[in-house]
Design a protein around this ligand. Structure first.
Ligand code: X5A
Ligand code: ZN
Length: 660
């Protein structure tokens, strides 16, 4: 019986990827420190930094996987190979850029290019990056290696025939693909699939093979209707190639920036994989940028190492596993190191790593996938079928069923609440307790369970002012508030109050509210971003009380048979950034987990993501808050000790005036 075979006499680590009789795959790796010499001219920080490839290399060594691969030296690209896809002028420009004569002109040249820096090490690094991918591709096509990963920089996929851009000088992958097709016909590579999973569109690669049916180019990227780098229409799904290349260019343009494993895998399962099966490539290139990875500072998506490993594994079913990975973007050092490791483990056919729990694609993901399938189905019959209703209606997060499906701020509902209120004797408009008042519960069974669990309720609107929030707990009414609150069944005050600031956008919208009259009310975008801040006052209350607050915020009765937000719902959002959109049209029907404080989940309630879109489009109006309402927020921030009066006013002003 053959042991898992040996690759170039190198030690084989523990690996259950291969059944007896099958030899260990030969995985090539190329890394060369010389490519670290390409750097910013004056040492300024830049996301595309030399450490990117260092951390990947170190990770592979520390994990003991590079030792199980065939490590090759780098190699400089030949001009004639570069000129298969680049103009002579471009090749000469990149060649000359690091020469002495160019010392003074380098910065000026770079400044005329889009997102490019240059220094004395740039030319050599660019030649090595392209040459290394050529070398690896040649060895894979020859069969000397099964597959491999070129850990190179500068990246390549934005570079066009006559233009360096987007941190890219030469189009490394395009040069290598063209080399196989045109310089090595003896190797029999007739059809090449290039998959580009970098978060940015591979505009350069697309153009280089636009009319070439030998190369099927597939790019999945953030597009946002042309607003995301490299902006414009090139990354649109209508761009399918031309002439003989028509149908051989596939773009999957995300229209928002938080796609993760489920979204990418849906694009794989319902576009890329069926097309790859029909195309049947001889070799696959992977423009392996890791800037769609979770925590990437530029990408904003959240693909995990597990997600990358599954995507790669699915591709290895084609071209007899002949796949060449070339690093493109990816700017979080930790994320790119982990993602790279996961990929090399797949190349080595190690045991599949563990993934996060199952999630479903966004609704917008299905829209994009359906549009792509429709546009391309004449070229690829496997895309012709309609996706099943059942498939595309799997949604994450699972909606919670609310007891009413009306909008809290519609007349009838608010009236309903007021009717209920009118039975009560309200003693004091200043937020003191409504004594002697009990709402008879229809059922109390769920309350005991939820009373045992604490959560932080994070408020960013008028509830930041504690007396106003207490109305929701103890019942009553405060200054400026036009309605009376019934309060929670459990009237005990919050156990603790703390302040925190979250990276979310605060804004004001809607024409008027029952509570405050004419003017917008506060919302915070459920999605985090790197620029904005929302100050929040966190109250530690029980999950039972949280339900009563949620009900009151959404105009629902507190005495319902079942909780709006139960333990199962808490479980579902028990993770930073997770969202539980309630299927009702109320304004605050979206519970968002902002993280944890001492292991207790921090929950806020705000509008849905689709409402954010409507605020952006103007379908729902953005409106400044009424004076009394704004003053209540300011009062909350100041009395809570979070901000000075001036700071609080400036904070609200900014949220009012900054466009969404
Ligand atoms: C290779 C890559 C990104 C360029 C972004 C420019 N380039 N803002 O990820
Ligand atoms: Zn990128």
């Amino acid at each position: 019986m053959a042991m898992a075979g040996e690759s170039s006499g190198k030690k084989i680590g523990d690996c259950d990827g291969k059944v007896a009789g099958n030899r260990q795959r030969k995985v090539g790796l190329i890394y060369d420190e010389t490519m670290c010499k390409h750097d910013t001219p004056d040492g300024e920080d830049h996301p595309e930094c030399p450490d990117r490839i260092r951390v990947i290399w170190e990770k592979l060594q520390l994990a003991g996987v590079s030792q199980r691969c065939v490590v090759l030296g780098s190699s400089k690209a030949e001009d004639k190979h570069l000129q298969l896809v680049h103009t002579k002028d471009h090749v000469n420009l990149v060649k000359s850029i690091s020469t002495k004569q160019k010392d003074y002109r380098r910065n000026r040249i770079a400044s005329q290019l889009n997102s490019i820096y240059l220094n004395g090490g740039s030319s050599e690094a660019a030649y090595l990056a392209a040459g290394s991918v050529v070398k690896l591709a040649e060895k894979v096509a020859e069969g000397e290696l099964d597959c491999g990963f070129a850990i190179v920089r500068p990246p390549g996929h934005h570079a066009e025939a006559d233009e360096a851009m987007g941190f890219c000088l030469f189009n490394n992958v395009a040069v290598a693909a063209s080399f196989l097709l045109n310089e090595r016909p003896d190797l029999g590579v007739k059809k090449i699939l290039i998959v580009d999973w970098d978060v940015h569109h591979g505009n350069g690669t697309q153009k280089m093979f636009w009319k070439d049916p030998r190369v099927l180019f597939f790019s999945v990227h953030r597009h946002e209707y042309g607003g995301f780098y490299p902006a414009g229409d090139d990354g649109d799904y209508n761009m399918v190639g031309e002439g003989p290349g028509e149908g051989f260019n596939i773009n999957v343009p995300w229209d928002q920036g938080r796609c993760g494993d489920a979204d990418y895998l849906a694009a794989w399962d319902h576009i890329l994989i069926p097309v790859a099966r029909e195309f049947n490539p001889d070799v696959i290139f992977l423009s392996a940028g890791f800037d769609a990875a979770i925590n990437d500072p530029l990408g904003g998506c959240c693909v995990t190492p597990y997600g990358y490993s599954v995507m790669l594994k699915k591709l290895m079913e084609f071209a007899q596993g002949k796949i060449v990975l070339a690093l493109e973007g990816g700017y979080n050092l930790d994320s790119i190191a982990k993602s790279s490791l996961a990929c090399v483990q797949v190349l080595l056919e190690d045991k599949q790593i563990q993934g996060p729990p199952e999630a479903y694609p966004f609704e917008s993901t299905w829209r994009v996938i359906q549009a792509v399938r429709k546009r391309l189905c004449t070229y690829w019959p496997s895309l012709a079928d309609e996706l099943s209703w059942k498939l595309i209606n799997q949604k994450t997060p699972t909606p919670i069923i609310l007891i009413s499906s009306s909008d809290s701020e519609t007349e009838d509902d608010a009236q309903g609440l007021l009717d209920q209120m009118s039975k009560l004797s309200i003693e004091n408009p200043q937020g003191t307790l409504l004594e002697n008042h009990q709402v008879e519960p229809a059922s109390t069974s769920w309350r005991a369970d939820l009373a045992k669990v604490d959560v932080w309720y994070a408020s960013f609107g008028s509830n930041m002012w504690k007396p106003r929030f207490l109305c929701y707990i103890q019942g009553g009414q405060v200054d400026g508030l036009k309605k009376v609150c019934v309060g929670s069944m459990d009237k005990s005050p919050p156990k603790e109050t703390v302040w925190e600031t979250f990276p979310h956008r605060l804004f004001f919208g809607r024409e008027s509210s029952v509570g405050w009259g004419v003017g917008g009310v506060a919302f915070t975008n459920p999605l985090a971003n790197l620029i904005d801040q929302t100050h929040m006052c966190l109250y530690r209350i029980t999950l039972e009380q949280f339900n009563d607050v949620l009900s009151q915020e959404n105009g629902l009765n507190v005495d319902s048979d079942s909780p709006v937000f139960d333990l199962a719902a808490l479980q579902l959002v028990d993770n930073k950034g997770s969202i539980l959109e309630a299927p009702l049209n109320s304004w605050y029907g979206n519970v968002v987990c902002l993280g944890k404080e001492r292991d207790i989940p921090i929950l806020t309630m705000t509008c849905t993501l689709s409402a954010v879109e409507k605020f952006k489009s103007g379908e729902i109006p953005i409106r400044p808050p009424a004076k009394a309402y704004a003053n209540t927020l300011i009062r909350g921030l100041v009395e809570g000790g979070r901000l000075s009066k001036e700071e609080a006013e400036a904070y609200i002003d900014k949220a009012v005036s900054k466009p969404l």
